[in-house]
Ligand binder design. Structure first.
Ligand SMILES: [Zn+2]
Length: 220
């Protein structure tokens, strides 16, 4: 796996110091589970972050949430007590890490995929985070997602397939970080559906009027 798009130091530092809420932390942990480069940086920052956390707890942060995500990350790759990981076969086929599957139903055939229209489907992860939403997205091979911009930040971690947009080309393990002003149109690679985790803090704003009108149906 050749990873070319990494976490920004800003996100990594926030994560290491426990300042990220649950949904963002899942995306960061998912990338870390794939990327030795960022894991090494994280290890360096963790010491700094640990002392920051002990000095002051950032407003609105629950220690439990941070610890939960760290625990899940530690468990990544390790078997649970009974030796059976949730969704293990399905998840490994698509490169989905434990930090994500732990939020999903045990039976991959019973995942509540919901159509967003345009062939795109999603499963929203059940977190306690009210400030951001984490969703697993499945976008058909060769699909062009309508042009849209974002109000807030968005983190996308690719597990299988890939896409290209104005900011570059993204494949398995890559993380894309988007800030409010970016307008983009991801084009999914041919030959393989793109399965990724997307974390957003605000509803997406589509540029096309038709899609904007349909947005309540699309629901993101
Ligand atoms: Zn990385």
């Amino acid at each position: 796996m050749k990873i070319t798009h990494h976490l920004s130091e800003e996100f990594l530092l926030d994560y290491s110091s426990g300042a990220l809420s649950e949904a963002w932390s899942i995306a960061v942990a998912a990338h870390l589970s794939k990327c030795s480069h960022c894991r090494a940086l994280h290890a360096k920052l963790e010491e700094v972050g640990g002392s920051l956390l002990s000095d002051s707890t950032p407003e609105g942060l629950s220690d439990d949430i941070f610890e939960n995500v760290l625990d899940r990350l530690d468990e990544a790759g390790a078997a649970t007590g009974n030796g059976v990981r949730h969704n293990s076969e399905w998840a490994s086929r698509y490169g989905i890490p434990a930090v994500v599957t732990d939020y999903l139903a045990a039976d991959a055939n019973k995942l509540p995929w919901k159509s967003l229209g345009l062939g795109v489907s999603q499963v929203v992860l059940e977190t306690k985070d009210s400030s951001a939403t984490a969703r697993l997205l499945k976008i058909p091979a060769g699909k062009k997602v309508p042009h849209h911009s974002h109000k807030g930040r968005e983190l996308t971690v690719i597990f299988s397939g890939g896409f290209t947009d104005e900011t570059g080309s993204y494949g398995p393990g890559d993380i894309q970080e988007i800030h409010g002003s970016t307008e983009h149109q991801p084009w999914v690679r041919e030959g393989e559906d793109c399965i990724c985790l997307a974390v957003t803090e605000a509803p997406l704003k589509f540029s096309s009027v038709a899609v904007r009108l349909a947005q309540p149906l699309i629901g993101i």
